[in-house]
Design a protein around this ligand. Structure first.
Ligand code: SAM
Length: 278
């Protein structure tokens, strides 16, 4: 008999959120594969688990996947957990689950918390259709380029962000999606300093700059989808290009703003960055 591979969700802050089934599975399995063994020990001690634990993270994922599959084939049942929330969601595990399917091993979900879903449900934004974007690039140019592609997206958008980049992300969103688009910041969910704030992008920017929302802890950013009244960035660049064949770059920006209803500085930035990208 081959072993089972359990994908076990753990709390995103409040240890009380561990489910009874998760705790039971973690007690029963012969091996727990965890992102950070020291971090997970805290949770395991809390639920009285003293099983064998092995580190499985993005740096040894490649090497260890084969070894874990061999153990599963030999009959060992393994539970995969991450530092917080649901494994594979912006966390390691995809290679293992994929390899398990290839080896005909049964993969069993043990669901629980995930910051994305917890944040979405309290965001006050539409939950009927949404897209999980996870982390965006840390590089400003590629992040902005990516965000521009989402301008016309009507579904609610979910992002993960680190505290030291949260203001940059909100600044970019503010200039790309417009000041009045709604956004919800879900900070430190289920923890002592939990904060959930829905407001316009410009007000959220103000609140972060003025420390009303602290740039500390863990963040999920939920952005309202487009209501369909924006002119595509690519269209703005095309219009500007046609105009500047006849008028000065300055007048080109001015006229493009009049035609599309977008702000002059937004168009200037867009055109400038497009020139840089080539
Ligand atoms: N697998 C996890 C899940 O299911 O949510 C996500 C892991 S990802 C490496 C960590 C990111 O999730 C953080 O940077 C933050 O964006 C988000 N996150 C995790 N816990 C959170 C919390 N308690 N409050 C807000 N965001 C959280």
């Amino acid at each position: 008999m081959t072993g089972y591979l359990y994908i076990v969700a753990t709390p995103i802050g409040n240890l009380g959120d561990i489910t009874r089934r998760s705790a039971n599975i973690l007690k029963q399995v012969e091996l727990i594969a965890a992102e950070d063994t020291r971090h997970s020990r805290k949770l395991l001690n809390h639920i009285g688990v003293d099983n064998k634990i092995i580190a499985y993270h993005e740096h040894n994922e490649e090497k260890l996947t084969g070894q874990l599959i061999e153990k599963l084939i030999d009959g060992t049942s393994i539970a995969l957990i991450s530092d917080a929330g649901t494994p594979l969601i912006s966390d390691p595990g995809y290679k293992l689950v994929s390899a398990a399917h290839d080896a005909n091993i049964t993969v069993i979900p043990v669901p629980g918390a995930s910051a994305a879903i917890a944040a979405l449900t309290v965001s006050g934004l539409s939950c009927s259709k949404f897209i999980f974007e996870g982390y965006l690039s840390a590089k400003a140019v590629s992040r902005r380029k990516y965000l521009r592609k989402l301008v016309l997206e009507s579904k609610t958008l979910i992002f993960y962000e680190t505290p030291h980049r949260i203001l940059d992300l909100i600044n970019d969103m503010n200039s790309i999606f417009g000041k009045s688009r709604s956004v919800t910041i879900a900070r430190e969910l289920t923890k002592k300093h939990e904060q959930i704030v829905r407001d316009t992008l410009s007000n959220i920017k103000f609140k972060i700059e003025n420390n009303k929302i602290k740039s500390k802890g863990e963040f999920v950013v939920i952005l309202e989808g487009s209501k369909g009244n924006l002119v595509k960035d690519s269209e703005i660049i095309r219009i500007n290009k046609i105009l500047t064949e006849r008028v000065s770059p300055k007048d080109g920006v001015l006229l493009t703003a009049k035609i599309t209803g977008r702000k002059k500085n937004e168009i200037y930035k867009l055109v400038h960055e497009n020139d840089k990208i080539g």
